[in-house]
Design a protein around this ligand. Structure first.
Ligand code: UD1
Ligand code: UDP
Length: 385
């Protein structure tokens, strides 16, 4: 089996002299499953719609399914309705990954796409990449090459597996290209296109200014912090979560009310915790409301991948409550600082941040035009196959 075949376009017709080139339709199945996938896919669908030779379809795996983790983003971000919703729901890693694979395979067989495009590092990403590749369909990975070098993170395994079998690897920052080079990925498969999530951020920023959330929370013109937490290592262990809440309480005592939209994974673990009154729990927010809060926050405390990037693009100070990050550019050039995961390291990082608020600049190609570069890279890769 020649791997080249998997990137091939539909057979090109021989052209007669003076005949217009016939534009073949390029069928791409774009996979989304979890919240951060939708922000990455929305600008891509807008860009595809400017190129009629592409016929993209959205496949929702159903990894996230609550209205607040999935449905609301389709409306807010203007995503097309999914062609299929695989409705896999929650489960252990093996159950969820296997179920996605079982349900995605017949879709690929039925739709016969020229490529399957996956984004990010969630279970849906790795599962659908595996299915496509085994059916000899080209795999395009958006946000390739990021590495935390921490294999206890499920996302790191998903990144390694997906990148190892992808035919076109689109990277958001230069570290991604460097990591792939070290892993022996051929340079011609890798393209530095920038960050789709920042396309979404810039597209929605203006709209977020009319969000009512600052008034609803009584925070317009006031100083506040924003918190998100959902990494299993931070929230699944009640002792670790309790340690984080203790340090958040300390930070809130600096006359800084903290607003905490709670991810469903975290909700069940929080139920058993004593919550200080300066920490205000909220339901998971819609994107416009979340961006409205993030863009006005004095500090964001998070373990989210996407939020590290968005705060850098907005120039908002961010403390990442993790020991590592797969997005080093947010520290080297942006406003992100690694705070670790213990009471002491986080408190120290907060005190340092107050003395020296991080200043940064937007990394290269985090400019709102990454989707167009993705489409050009895909077109080029398919045409030269
Ligand atoms: C997943 C991704 C993670 C990503 C995050 C974004 C993997 C391995 N993890 O983590 O990389 O950062 O999404 O938010 O793919 N649940 C609900 N409603 C939902 C979805 C989930 O209640 O709509 C609850 C269920 O109890 C479920 C738990 O949240 O068991 C975890 O969901 P899951 O998709 O397995 O992982 P996340 O922690 O969301
Ligand atoms: N986000 C949101 N509402 C929230 C929390 C986050 O819309 O209540 C957005 C955030 O702006 C970013 C994305 O969700 O675009 C990040 O998703 P998440 O933190 O769940 O996943 P990760 O990026 O860590 O994989």
């Amino acid at each position: 089996m020649k791997s080249k075949r998997s990137l091939a376009l539909p057979q090109k017709q021989k052209r007669r002299k003076n005949e217009e080139p016939k534009i073949e339709t390029i069928r791409i199945l774009c996979v989304g499953g979890a919240r951060p996938n939708f922000m990455k896919l929305a600008p891509l669908f807008r860009a595809f719609s400017r190129h009629p030779e592409f016929s993209p379809a959205l496949i929702h795996t159903g990894q996230h399914y609550d209205e607040k983790m999935s449905g609301q983003f389709f409306t807010e971000l203007g995503l097309p309705a999914p062609l299929y919703n695989l409705e896999v729901g929650s489960g252990s890693h093996a159950q969820q990954t296997a179920e996605i694979m079982k349900r995605f395979e017949p879709v690929v067989l039925q739709e016969k796409p020229h490529a399957v495009l996956v984004v990010g590092d969630v279970n849906s990403t790795a599962a659908c990449a595996l299915v496509a590749k085994k059916l000899n369909v080209a795999v395009i990975h958006v946000e390739a090459g990021l590495r935390s070098f921490d294999r206890s993170m499920p996302e790191e395994i998903n990144r390694l597996v997906t990148d190892a079998i992808s035919d076109l690897l689109l990277v958001t920052e230069e570290s991604g290209a460097r990591n792939l080079e070290h892993e022996g990925v051929a340079a011609e498969k890798v393209q530095f296109v920038g960050n789709l999530m920042i396309d979404s951020l810039f597209f929605q920023l203006e709209k977020s200014k009319s969000s009512p959330i600052l008034d609803q929370l009584g925070m317009r013109g006031k100083r506040f912090g924003l918190v998100t937490l959902h990494r299993p290592s931070n929230v699944d262990d009640s002792t670790q979560l309790e340690q984080l809440l203790r340090v958040l309480k300390e930070i809130a005592a600096d006359d800084l009310p903290l607003f905490f939209p709670v991810h469903p994974r975290t909700r069940s673990c929080l139920d058993s915790q004593q919550l200080p009154s300066a920490i205000h729990l909220l339901e998971p927010l819609g994107y416009t409301d979340f961006v409205a809060l993030m863009s006005q926050a004095a500090v964001v405390l998070t373990d989210s991948g996407g939020v590290q990037e968005e705060t850098t693009a907005l120039g908002i100070p961010c403390l990442t409550l993790r020991a590592n990050t797969e997005r080093p550019i947010t520290i080297d050039q942006g406003t992100n600082r690694l705070a670790g995961t213990s009471y002491e390291t986080i408190l120290r990082a907060w005190q340092e941040l107050k003395k020296n608020p991080p200043k940064g600049k937007a990394p290269q190609f985090w400019d709102g035009h990454a989707a167009e570069r993705c489409v050009q890279a895909i077109r080029q890769a398919l045409a030269t196959a």
